[in-house]
Design a protein around this ligand. Structure first.
Ligand SMILES: CC(=O)SCCNC(=O)CCNC(=O)[C@H](O)C(C)(C)COP(=O)(O)OP(=O)(O)OC[C@H]1O[C@@H](n2cnc3c(N)ncnc32)[C@H](O)[C@@H]1OP(=O)(O)O
Length: 520
């Protein structure tokens, strides 16, 4: 007769054997190949991302859905590692595609593992992090694998704005697979070892005869400089994972919560005398807006998103006296800070991201207008610029606008003026608010007088000077109540900290609707 203890040991041994089989993934040879390609394995990534020892794995023993083509094929762990854990003590859900198992390809059961943790994240109100490294739809599973993608995309969309979703691209992400990261809130890529594209170089060559490498087509630099698909690029997996940890410090767990406030040692009333030598009243003289931002926020620490795409607008996260804030700022160093199609898309998306996750918005304005040009008009600047107006008006988080220098025309409205829903608008003494700059305005308003004058050039100069004297300042707008106060430049940090503190419990309701219809 079998000893009861022995029977239990057998059961335990069987469990350990199954578990070890799954944990080994595609085996040491494929793991070695992964390392040789400058990449970590799926499990190493999880270990580096989460707080030590916090990973609770799910669905470890799942196997592929059998079909004729998959006979005799092994898929330990089914090509993806899933579960939950903590980052800085806060719970997150994670899936990490395992390229060592069938190239991390996505079949029905692989997708089931992913959707399981997405559902748990939504039910428990926690962020979802996807570490992508996959050859795409599992060819042998045909339409079942397409269905698997559908189930993931559906949840990416339904949970959008409910819980933060962050995608890291750490290897291939091709074909329809790209649409999962594309729907999520943030996309981070590793340089040199990751790429995203709809159709690969081979197909492109056969259809259009264009010859291009994987990296030239969809590498990290392409998506952070040209397409705007990705928000941040890093050198290597570890840097991407550190980037995710940093990003989470600005985000709440879900849309019902506020983002975490941290201890702040940078004095709330620190004077900003440095700024007196950064921004000059000369409208034609550009200055680094990024220096203005860094001077105002806690410890000069600003996480800029999409820093190399649509450089004429700056967006990113910082803390003000320990509380996260989203910043949107014109960049006079690029295209004179004017707004174009890409800048409008970049800003609108960021504003909506802040609003989803209860992050107050600070807008720093130095804008000459929307970029003139046939290309911009024909490409739909009206439709794209409208997104910014819509996004600001739609946002119910605290919104503070500071006019640093120029604020002209339609762009004055697109940069969150009082009428567009700013809760408080400040201006520096260097600010000018008008329909257009003095040169253009004088030419139109005094055209007849200038033309009929004996010396048109002198008459024009005089009228420009008169116009500047009368209109190129913030005081007319302040007198009409469009600006709440003109503040001392060196006192700005204190004023902003106090203003956001005043607004922190702001509640703003909107009329009933299914959802708004933002122009896309
Ligand atoms: C909706 C959509 O996703 S459509 C897109 C469908 N996907 C594709 O067309 C990509 C097909 N795959 C590829 O082109 C290549 O595998 C690449 C470029 C992604 C990676 O190339 P490499 O790094 O050289 O890896 P390699 O080709 O050896 O693939 C690794 C393993 O994954 C397997 N694999 C790769 N792609 C798939 C796939 N789509 N389905 C099933 N298995 C796959 C390979 O057979 C290989 O298996 P093995 O380790 O047992 O030999």
């Amino acid at each position: 007769m079998t000893q009861p203890g022995f029977e239990l040991q057998e059961l335990i041994a069987k469990m350990e054997q199954r578990r070890a089989y799954a944990l080994a993934g595609g085996g040491p040879e494929r793991a070695k190949k992964q390392h040789e390609g400058g990449k970590l394995t799926a499990r190493e990534r999880i270990e580096k991302l989460l707080d030590p020892g916090s990973f609770l794995e799910m669905s470890t023993l799942v196997q592929h859905a059998r079909n004729r083509l998959m006979d005799g094929v092994e898929s330990p762990g089914e090509g993806v590692v899933t579960g939950s854990g903590t980052i800085d003590g806060r719970q997150v859900f994670i899936f990490s595609q395992d390229f060592t198992v069938l190239g991390g390809s996505l079949g029905k059961r692989n997708a089931m593992k992913v959707t399981k943790i997405m559902d748990l994240a939504a039910k428990t109100g926690c962020p979802v992090i996807g570490l992508n490294d996959s050859a795409g739809a599992r060819i042998q599973e045909g339409v079942d694998s397409l269905s698997g993608y559908g189930e993931i995309f559906y949840r990416n969309s339904v949970y959008s704005g409910a819980v933060p979703q962050i995608s890291a691209i750490l290897g291939p992400c091709a074909g329809g697979a790209v649409y999962s990261p594309a729907i999520t809130d943030f996309v981070l890529m590793s340089r040199g070892s990751s790429y995203m594209f709809i159709t690969g170089p081979e197909v492109i060559k056969s259809v259009t005869r264009e010859e291009v490498t994987f990296d030239q087509l969809g590498g990290a630099d392409v998506h952070t400089r040209k397409s705007g698909v990705a928000h941040l690029a890093y050198d290597g997996d570890e840097a991407v994972l550190a980037g995710i940890r940093k990003l989470l410090t600005y985000l709440p767990q879900n849309a019902r919560e506020k983002p975490p406030v941290r201890d702040c040692t940078d004095p709330a009333d620190r004077r900003n005398d440095k700024l007196l030598s950064v921004v000059t009243p000369d409208q034609r003289k550009p200055y680094p807006m990024i220096d203005v931002i860094k001077e105002l926020v806690d410890d000069g620490d600003f996480l800029e998103l999409q820093p190399d795409w649509a450089k004429n607008i700056i967006v990113g996260f910082a803390h003000l006296n320990g509380a996260p804030v989203g910043i949107v700022a014109n960049n006079p160093k690029s295209m004179g800070g004017s707004l174009n199609i890409d800048a409008s898309d970049k800003a609108a998306r960021f504003i909506r991201t802040c609003d989803c996750y209860n992050i107050p918005i600070l807008t720093l304005v130095d804008v000459s207008g929307f970029l003139p040009g046939v290309q911009q008009e024909h490409a739909g600047i009206i439709r794209h610029g409208a997104k910014m107006l819509y996004a600001y008006a739609e946002a119910t988080v605290p919104k503070v606008t500071l006019i640093v220098r120029k604020s002209y025309g339609g762009a004055y409205l697109a940069m969150n003026s009082r009428d567009m829903g700013a809760d408080v608008v400040y201006a520096w003494p260097t600010a000018t608010v008008a329909v257009m700059g003095a040169e253009g305005a004088a030419n139109i308003v005094y055209r007849k007088e200038i033309k009929e004058s004996e010396n048109p050039a002198a008459a024009r100069a005089q009228k420009v000077a008169e116009y500047k004297e009368t209109f190129d300042n913030p005081y007319i707008a302040a007198a009409k109540g469009y600006i709440d106060d003109v503040i001392a430049i060196e006192d700005t940090r204190r004023v902003l900290v106090q203003t956001f503190e005043m607004l922190k419990d702001k509640v703003e309701e909107r009329p009933y609707k299914k959802h708004g219809n933002i122009p896309l």
